[in-house]
Structures are given as structure tokens and as C-alpha cells.
Design a protein around this ligand. Structure first.
Ligand SMILES: [Zn+2]
Length: 248
């Protein structure tokens, strides 16, 4: 009889119940958990990679694709930063950007290195005035370098914290470094120039380009003041703490 044959066969073999009980049922019970574990692990791994990549972009990125490409520095980071910046093109990453992408300016940057984000994100009128002044300064034998221009809020905050550490108090640091909310650098409206020859040249000629020194204690810090070429620059504040903008 074919219908009864399998029953005694399966029940008479001790190995059959054992194998299924140890392997198949166990596998059936364990599998969903294993799959869930593997999936969880993958999710965590992917999330970690995403966070790591983001952290690398935000804190490790040292520049735009253009500038890093030309200097050959940190090429891997440049690719990532470049592609992300291209995709987002903008302000989304900027507040938190540090390094060159956040406005740190490489040594020797001139008014014409417009691939440097610190210059590229300046008010175009300020950049234009700066370039005209630098051209004329150069004709006078004075090389103008740009030590700082636009800065991200994160970079400005970092500078402020460094200044607090350096000067020992927030009060003293405020004489030199503005907050991200008040800084004319963060809004793209200020440049810090060098060398000393250049600051000397600007102190004599900057007003011709509507470029004015704003603070007595910062001979390098220039902002655009419309009409200065006709009426001269406004009186300087002794330091930033006297500037009403800094109390906003
Ligand atoms: Zn400045």
C-alpha cells in the first residue's frame, strides 16, 4: 500500500526527526531573527557611513573642487566636497562649512582668485572694488593679498571660540572677532587684506574705491562704503564693540 508506506519509514528513523528538529525547524525559527539582525546591521552600517561621509564633508573638507584641484591638496575630500557642492550648489551646506569651503583662505590668495569660496561669496560690488584697487596698487608696486573674505557661520564661530580662548574672555574677544550673527564677513561684506604695505596703500587710497577701514584697531579690515570716493570714509570706530551692528 503506497499510502501507509511513508509513515513507518519516517517514524522508524531516529535521524529524521532529529535532523529536522535541529536544522530545519531551528533554521525556520532562527532565520527571521538572523535576517532582521543582518538588516539592522546593514542599516546601522549604512547610516554610519552616511554620517561619516557627512562629517568628512563638514569638518574635513578643505576646499572647493576648483582650488583643491589646482593645488592638489586633499584630492579625495575635494571630489566629495565638489560633487556635493555642485549638487546642492549652495547655501545649505554653507553655514556649517569649515576649511576652505567655509571661507578659510589659502596663503597668498589674491583679489583675483575667485575660485576660492572666501572670495567667490563676497558681495560682487565689494569684490569688484577690491579688484580695481588691487590692480592699481600693483601698478604702484604693492602686492595685495586677501587674508579673509566671506566666512561661513561655522568658521566665524570657530574664530570666535579661538579668540575667547586666546584673550581669556568673551568681552575681550569681542574687540576683535564678531559673532556669526553680526560679522560682516559672514554676510560677505568685508575683506581682510595684507601685507602691511597693502594696508598702508589702502589707508591712503581705499576711499577712492569706496573701500573703508571701519575699526581703528583693525587696519586690515575693509568694507564698502558707498559715496566714500566723493565724501571720504566715515569716522572709524575704536574697535568693533563701538559698532552698533555688533550689538544686534
Ligand atoms: Zn575683518
Amino acid at each position: 500500500m503506497p499510502s501507509t508506506a511513508p509513515v513507518p519509514l519516517s517514524s522508524s528513523r531516529p535521524a529524521l526527526p532529529r535532523d529536522p528538529s535541529r536544522d530545519a525547524p531551528a533554521r525556520r525559527r532562527r532565520d527571521p531573527r538572523d535576517v532582521a539582525l543582518v538588516v539592522s546591521a546593514l542599516v546601522v552600517l549604512v547610516a554610519t557611513l552616511v554620517v561619516a561621509a557627512w562629517a568628512g564633508l563638514t569638518f574635513g573638507g578643505t576646499g572647493s573642487a576648483g582650488t583643491v584641484g589646482s593645488t592638489g591638496r586633499d584630492a579625495a575630500a575635494a571630489d566629495t566636497v565638489g560633487s556635493t557642492s555642485d549638487a546642492g550648489d549652495g547655501p545649505v551646506l554653507d553655514p556649517g562649512a569649515t576649511g576652505e569651503a567655509g571661507g578659510l583662505v589659502p596663503d597668498g590668495t589674491t583679489a583675483f582668485d575667485v575660485d576660492v569660496p572666501g572670495l567667490a561669496r563676497l558681495d560682487p560690488r565689494l569684490l569688484d572694488a577690491l579688484q580695481r584697487a588691487a590692480t592699481d596698487a600693483s601698478a604702484d608696486g604693492v602686492d595685495v593679498v586677501v587674508n579673509s573674505g566671506w566666512r561661513s557661520a561655522a568658521y566665524q564661530d570657530q574664530l570666535l571660540r579661538d579668540a575667547v580662548a586666546q584673550y581669556g574672555s568673551a568681552r575681550e574677544a569681542a574687540r576683535w572677532v564678531a559673532t556669526p550673527a553680526t560679522s560682516a564677513h559672514v554676510s560677505g561684506d568685508a575683506v581682510d587684506i595684507g601685507s602691511w604695505d597693502a594696508t598702508d596703500w589702502f589707508s591712503r587710497n581705499g576711499a577712492d574705491y569706496d573701500l573703508c577701514q571701519i575699526y581703528e584697531n583693525e587696519s586690515w579690515h575693509y568694507e564698502l562704503r558707498d559715496g566714500a570716493s566723493r565724501t571720504g570714509c566715515p569716522p572709524m570706530y575704536r574697535d568693533p564693540t563701538e559698532d552698533p551692528r555688533m550689538r544686534a
